[in-house]
Design a protein around this ligand. Structure first.
Ligand SMILES: *[C@@H]1O[C@H](CO)[C@@H](O)[C@H](O)[C@H]1NC(C)=O
Ligand SMILES: *[C@@H]1O[C@H](CO)[C@@H](O)[C@H](O)[C@H]1NC(C)=O
Ligand SMILES: *[C@@H]1O[C@H](CO)[C@@H](O)[C@H](O)[C@H]1NC(C)=O
Ligand SMILES: *[C@@H]1O[C@H](CO)[C@@H](O)[C@H](O)[C@H]1NC(C)=O
Ligand SMILES: *[C@@H]1O[C@H](CO)[C@@H](O)[C@H](O)[C@H]1NC(C)=O
Length: 771
């Protein structure tokens, strides 16, 4: 769970708002039970090129960071853009030194940018001289200080930590030339004057020289510069390395992934970054725009955070395990670390009683869950994204040593899966995966395999993140995956989950009730009792206007006017008004009339006489509505017939209990809304031509949805529609009458209660017929 503390600037004084984000930022605990086809004895196959690199076991990193020297070739015009971006992003991740090389006339007013202006070099293209002179500079000044040397472009992203891990698996005392091997493009093939089997390392994704290689070529650089055969800088460096160090560029399938170059892509790395290509790569090339450079950096940093969290979790598990083995008694098994360090297991959570059992959701391409009324539903986006993420991580785990074993395993699909969320621990998955086993070494073959994976994603520690924002509510990012998941989650969540904090933040807004009415005197009496208790007695900052239409038969206007005047006399400081309207009842017109009584910056609450509201709702009405930005559309809890819900009890109708048996949230109701007066007018107001009840509210809702304001919709437990029987006029058309009857029964009771009633009545019927 993550708590986000954000500082908002939108208010006169800087105040801290607090909002809570749930279930975010968890990471995959490696707990994977998979049985594989036994790993094959490795034997060489002439078709599979070998890396030519001698692998050795990992050594702990040097404490001194003199591991690699990276020279970034740039030009005067890119110093303040690309070079600066590199300096501010990946340069810090490199275990060694990063220096920028530019033309002789480059001078940097940019403070802190390590720049070398190479004498006698200009910014012309191709930068062959720049490249060779840079290598010479590295050699002359640093050959004994670093193990590795790299030539990088200024539009490449390099992952220093991955590079270190990779290079430490290689013997740096040998002559090596590492990168993605190229042969030149089709037209040029054969014109680059290479002998058969010779190649070069492509410049874009970067080339790496071991110390020995650089030592060999640099004394002969002038020869290389005098004997250029092509206009390609990387080709010429390759030729020089081949001639004087006698080595080719590493030639292996894996290098294409590690030194990743995206061909023909102007928009490379601007879309979804959550891909295996990005995850596998050590260098990514090309990144043409600076904002995308920073975006990629931020994404990879968030991946690194997730990885460190995972390492923390593993360490905690080890500590727990050691304590157990050493029989060190737990002081308190509820401490956060103990809990986080509990071993992944399907029985980490044990229910004590029947009701505590947590059911699994089952999914294929659809989701089948006991949580929803609908038996089958589409996989929602969040689950889809979660599954994509998990598959990506699982496949990375599975293929970790695949090259050494001469096989890869590709993901095909999830045949089916189970998921459950355990609030105290995390999320469990059981996935039935269809995979393709591909053997590269020895006898090649592809075999489809089907495996069950048991996965557990543990919740991490609570995190507090402080964030500067201009506004409390910001539009959620459209592509969730493109943003940093840790901070993105808080967008769209209103701050101030804690009442007392928020009431300091917000000035109390007057809520202007607009109540359309025709008859219904008895119901109004109940409404006014609630209004008195919730608003008048407590001196809530509210105003009320009742827009009263006359009814054709037994009009109750006089009683109604008397009732409202009575309350006005009792509470002289309040403002209660009656507005008499002419003609046939039209709810849209009534609301329009009511709203016109108040100024344009008034916060309006369109309400119905059947609605029971609480002070909690008033609070949310104020907080979830922002002028010009946010409209609050609460979903009202609609009570079932009390005689069905409480067959044996005389329960007051205002006994508000919210559960499956007592009522339902009206997903389709749009009549109740908190909105600023000016926002109603800005979308064109109510359609006053719609007569009677209904439709006018849907019309207004639609207008808000297509406006540039945001509709905030959510169940509100402080709003209850008190049950009253639906009256179906027999004069209605047969079809409408049937629909009315249908809607009447749906408000009557929950399906299980209704079926009970039918069962009981059958039972009684039998009994009576027996006697
Ligand atoms: C950099 O060069 C420009 C023109 O070549 C010159 O005007 C400027 O003063 C120089 N800046 C520094 C810090 O030397
Ligand atoms: C380059 O990076 C260094 C070290 O992080 C920093 O001090 C300096 O301000 C940066 N310079 C520029 C121009 O980005
Ligand atoms: C690394 O390579 C050098 C030179 O070829 C060799 O002498 C040395 O034994 C190698 N080291 C290891 C650990 O293989
Ligand atoms: C390469 O450099 C070495 C050492 O300086 C020198 O002996 C050799 O003649 C040079 N080779 C060429 C082809 O210039
Ligand atoms: C919404 O759009 C209108 C007209 O296009 C514009 O005047 C208004 O400033 C916009 N409001 C917001 C909050 O962007």
């Amino acid at each position: 769970m993550i708590m986000v503390v954000r500082r908002s600037r939108g208010y006169s004084r800087q105040v801290l708002g607090i909002s809570i984000g749930l279930l975010c930022g968890f990471f995959l605990a490696t707990w994977l039970r998979l049985r594989w086809v036994p790993s094959m004895k490795t034997c060489h196959d002439s078709n599979i090129p070998e890396t030519g690199i001698e692998m050795r076991t990992l050594e702990p990193p040097d404490t001194g960071r003199n591991f690699i020297f990276v020279g970034v070739m740039t030009a005067k015009k890119y110093l303040s853009t690309r070079a600066s971006a590199v300096n501010r992003t990946w340069a810090k991740t490199v275990p060694g030194k990063v220096v920028f090389f530019s033309s002789a006339d480059s001078n940097s007013s940019l403070r802190g940018l390590p720049l070398v202006s190479l004498p006698g070099v200009d910014d012309s293209y191709p930068p062959q001289k720049k490249s060779f002179m840079m290598l010479k500079y590295m050699h002359d000044n640093f050959i004994d200080k670093y193990e590795w040397f790299m030539r990088a472009d200024d539009d490449v992203y390099l992952r220093g930590d991955k590079l270190e891990t990779f290079l430490r698996s290689v013997n740096s005392s040998q002559r090596l030339f590492i990168g993605q091997a190229g042969l030149g493009n089709e037209e040029e093939f054969g014109k680059l004057y290479f002998n058969h089997g010779e190649n070069f390392c492509m410049g874009g994704p970067g080339m790496i020289f071991s110390r020995e290689t650089l030592r060999k070529i640099v004394p002969n650089i002038s020869h290389c510069l005098k004997n250029l055969y092509s206009t390609h800088e990387d080709v010429e460096v390759g030729r020089c390395v081949k001639k004087f160090a006698g080595v080719d560029c590493t030639w292996s399938y894996e290098m294409q992934q590690l030194f990743y170059h995206k061909y023909f892509a102007k928009d490379a790395f601007t879309g979804n970054l959550h891909t295996s290509e990005v995850h596998k790569a050590i260098t990514l090339h090309p990144i043409k725009s600076i904002p995308h450079f920073h975006r990629l950096h931020s994404y990879l940093e968030s991946q690194r955070i997730a990885y460190l969290q995972l390492k923390t979790l593993r360490t905690l598990r080890e500590i727990n395990e050691m304590n157990r083995l050493l029989k060190i008694p737990l002081i308190d098994d509820r401490t956060e670390n103990t809990k986080l360090g509990s071993t992944p297991d399907l029985v980490r959570y044990m229910p004590n009683i029947y009701d505590e059992t947590i059911a699994w959701d089952f999914f294929t391409k659809s989701l089948y869950s006991l949580k929803y009324d609908t038996p089958k539903r589409g996989l929602d986006k969040t689950l889809q994204v979660a599954l994509e993420d998990i598959v990506l991580q699982v496949m990375e785990m599975i293929n970790r040593n695949s090259l050494a074993r001469g096989r890869t395993i590709d993901y095909q699909e999830i045949l089916y899966g189970y998921r459950r969320i355990i609030p105290t621990h995390g999320v469990d998955y059981i996935l039935d995966l269809l995979l393709m086993y591909r053997r590269h070494k020895g006898k090649k073959r592809n075999v489809p395999v089907r495996r069950h994976a048991y996965l557990q994603q543990s919740f991490g520690k609570i995190q507090f993140i402080e964030e500067l924002t201009n506004d409390v509510i910001t539009k959620p990012a459209s592509d969730v995956r493109s943003a940093n998941s840790l901070t993105n989650f808080a967008n769209g969540v209103s701050s101030g989950a804690f009442g007392n904090v928020a009431s300091v933040m917000y000035s109390k807004q007057t809520i202007h009730f607009v109540l359309p009415l025709a008859g219904r005197f008895e119901t109004l009496k109940r409404f006014m009792q609630n209004f008195e208790r919730t608003c008048l007695v407590t001196k809530e900052d509210v105003k009320l206007v009742v827009v009263l239409f006359k009814t054709a038969q037994n009009d109750q206007s006089l009683e109604i006017i008397k009732l409202i005047s009575h309350y006005q006399e009792l509470y002289p400081n309040s403002e209660l008004r009656i507005l008499s309207a002419m003609g046939e009842f039209a709810r849209g017109l009534a609301l329009e009339l009511g709203a016109s009584q108040y100024p344009s910056d008034a916060l309006l609450f369109f309400v119905d006489v059947d609605i029971h509201f609480s002070s909690g709702f008033l609070y949310r009405c104020r907080k979830n509505t922002k002028q010009g930005k946010l409209i609050y559309y609460p979903e009202v809890f609609s009570q079932y017939e009390p005689r069905v819900v409480y067959p044996h009890k005389q329960t007051p109708v205002t006994n508000i209990l919210i559960n499956k048996q007592t009522g339902f949230f009206r997903h389709y109701g749009f009549g109740i809304v908190c909105v600023y007066n000016s926002d109603v007018s800005s979308v064109g107001g109510m359609d006053a031509s719609i007569v009677g009840w209904g439709l006018e509210d849907v019309d207004l809702y639609n207008k808000f949805v297509i406006s540039n304001m945001t509709v905030f919709r959510s169940p509100d437990v402080g709003l209850v529609h008190i049950y009253h029987p639906v009256i179906c006029d027999e004069a209605l058309e047969p079809k409408q009458y049937q629909m009315c009857l249908g809607s009447r029964t749906s408000t009557y009771g929950s399906p299980s209660q209704l079926s009970n009633i039918i069962q009981n009545s059958k039972h009684k019927h039998k009994e009576t017929s027996k006697t």
